[in-house]
Design a protein around this ligand. Structure first.
Ligand code: ATP
Ligand code: MG
Length: 563
């Protein structure tokens, strides 16, 4: 757990470094971060960790955080992804104000920086193919071999780089490489490629460029241009930091501090954009926003709230050690938030008809139901009660096991917010299946208590058959059957897809108030779980609800067991 300072900032090791930098006046007290996604896919919950960290630091230190599209690879990037990223960061509750940037805006400046390096004798045009370059690179234990083109003169390099820029070479024919040290223990310092030829149009710069900067070259200079103070990235970039520093030092540019932290890994899912794209393209899910996906768009459609995600990111904290986080913790944060804020309603997933024989045929009563027992300010609503109702099949047993307090022949239960009812008769179809219960009610038990002090142990939910609305319910389970689908190199992670991750209930019955539910906003169907109207597929006359999450909190159970 992180410490907390007197002004209530939860202090992780990154914030501690910033506090030290502020104390020594290293950046003149400025704190300027950025969130730099590559628009080659939708954002996922791992990105949320980075977003909360970067924007959270800016907030805590009265600084600023930029949103920057790291759009240096036109082959994989699409405008759809940019739009989704913008929507997702906003939805998470963060504001970059007018600081929305694109690395592609810096292409000219990046090109000029490359020319500067060439002029300093610190970069050269190389004719080696990708395969040859790999063969020259060496290994962790052996130094690399210098390229035969390393000794080219500055003039020749300038002329060749110009030709690269002018489209005079084919893709892969030439690269521009930094001239550092082929014997370096750090492979990233062995004359890394900084520019490559790609005859691909860019979604923003069109046909202007056919050479594109590599990530390591573009990123540090983009940070420098934007006067970022703390460039926060995930651990795998630690080994790139010497290159980040080398480029800015050689170019004598303003120099941000790169800081690395451990990425979020969640069990029972995959988080690399490449894999998520494969799940979409392979038809394993309905799209990037499939409610089973760990994407922000998927979580939103599932009914996750920004508050729950932000709280999760704050609970997991920031460390330097890679580990797995239990998805049950994310679900716990969601339940915690929904329990406090969501409206309650009644809904029956597996309807079983109940006829109250002694209830007047045409009578309808509007019963008072509490909207949220956790928050009296949310008030109450009316729920119609009538002679024919539905209860859940689960709440009736013809032969009840011991300690079964729900409905059974001759047994009395409380209908939530309604009356005590007693089961008098069971009607079956030709197959012997129970299709209807005949019950009587006690008119003196309205609201759920008896004036004669009689009590019942079981309370079950119900809906009026006449006023219920029909809905399709989509129940979701984990997308993968194993904790780490990528653990076994001999097997495809798709082999671990959970075939039962989606099951559909076609004929659920809901209380009428749900007709006006706002899509995407979860309700607690009492005793059943949290559900929200689907943002995409639900229609007025064809209601579709997603199960956001069940009620059972496995994280709380794990915590208890650990104590
Ligand atoms: P992926 O591996 O999923 O393709 P990426 O790192 O290539 O992700 P970017 O778009 O480059 O994706 O990520 C933008 C920012 O989000 C980067 O700063 C990156 O370090 C951070 N980030 C990505 N994945 C995670 C994660 N799982 N946990 C924390 N931060 C992450
Ligand atoms: Mg990346």
């Amino acid at each position: 757990m992180n410490e907390t300072t007197s002004n209530n900032i939860s202090v992780d090791f990154i914030r501690n470094m910033i506090i030290e930098d502020n104390a020594s006046d290293r950046f003149g007290g400025d704190v300027h971060t950025r969130f730099p996604p590559e628009p080659n896919g939708y954002l996922h919950i791992g990105h949320a960790k980075s977003i909360c960290l970067n924007f959270g630091i800016a907030r805590d230190f009265n600084g600023a955080c930029n949103l920057r599209m790291d759009d240096t690879n036109p082959v994989k990037e699409e405008v759809e992804y940019i739009e989704s990223i913008v929507a997702d960061v906003k939805w998470l509750g963060f504001d970059w104000q007018d600081r929305f940037y694109f690395a592609s805006d810096y292409f000219q400046k990046l090109y000029e920086s490359a020319v500067t390096l060439i002029k300093k004798g610190k970069a050269f045009v190389c004719d080696l193919s990708a395969d040859e370059m790999r063969a020259h690179r060496g290994s962790l234990t052996e130094p690399g071999k210098e390229s035969p083109f390393r000794g080219r003169s500055v003039e020749e390099n300038l002329a060749l780089f110009e030709k690269m820029k002018n489209g005079e070479f084919k893709e892969g024919e030439r690269t521009l490489r930094a001239k550092i040290d082929m014997a370096s223990a750090n492979i990233h310092m062995r004359d890394p490629v900084i520019y490559r030829i790609m005859h691909t149009e860019h979604h923003r710069t069109g046909k202007t460029w056919c050479i594109y900067p590599m990530y390591d070259f573009a990123h540090c200079i983009s940070d420098s241009i934007e006067k970022i103070t703390h460039s926060i990235c995930t651990l795998e970039f630690e080994i790139h930091r010497p290159l980040y520093d080398w480029i800015l030092d050689e170019l004598e540019l303003y120099h941000p501090q790169q800081i690395e932290f451990a990425r979020l890994n969640l069990n029972y899912t995959v988080m690399s954009k490449r894999r998520l794209l494969e799940l979409v393209r392979g038809g394993h899910v309905s799209g990037w926003d499939d409610p089973r996906m760990p994407t922000i768009a998927g979580l939103r459609r599932r009914g996750y709230t920004p508050e729950a995600i932000r709280n999760f990111c704050s609970v997991i904290g920031v460390t330097k050690f890679n580990s797995f986080t239990d998805i049950a913790l994310l679900e716990h944060c969601l339940r915690d938030d929904l329990n406090k804020r969501s409206m309650r309603a009644m809904g029956v997933l597996n309807p079983l008809k109940v006829v109250i024989e002694n209830y007047p045929d045409d009578q309808v009563e509007e019963l008072d139901a509490i909207n949220n027992p956790e928050d009296p300010a949310m008030g109450s609503r009316k729920v119609p009660f009538s002679k024919e109702l539905y209860i859940d099949k689960e709440d009736f047993r013809e032969v009840p096991p011991p300690k079964y307090f729900r409905l059974a022949p001759g047994k009395e239960v409380r209908l939530r917010y309604g009356y005590f009812v007693t089961c008098k008769d069971v009607i079956k179809n030709a197959e012997g299946e129970v299709v209807e219960l005949r019950c009587t009610y006690d008119p003196h038990t309205k609201g759920g208590s008896s004036p004669d002090g009689r009590t019942v142990k079981g309370t079950i939910h119900w809906v009026s058959a006449k006023y219920a609305i029909d809905a399709e319910i989509r129940l979701y389970d984990r997308l993968f059957t194993c904790e780490d689908p990528s653990c076994d190199e001999s097997r495809e992670y798709t082999e671990f897809l959970n075939k039962d991750s989606l099951s559909i209930i076609g004929n659920a019955k809901l209380e009428p108030s749900l007709a006006s539910a706002i899509p995407g906003v979860p309700y607690q169907l009492e005793r059943v779980g949290y559900f929200c109207v689907d943002l995409k597929d639900s229609k007025k006359d064809n209601l579709v609800l997603n199960r956001t999450i069940s009620l059972k909190d496995s994280w709380a159970k794990i915590q208890k067991a650990g104590k």
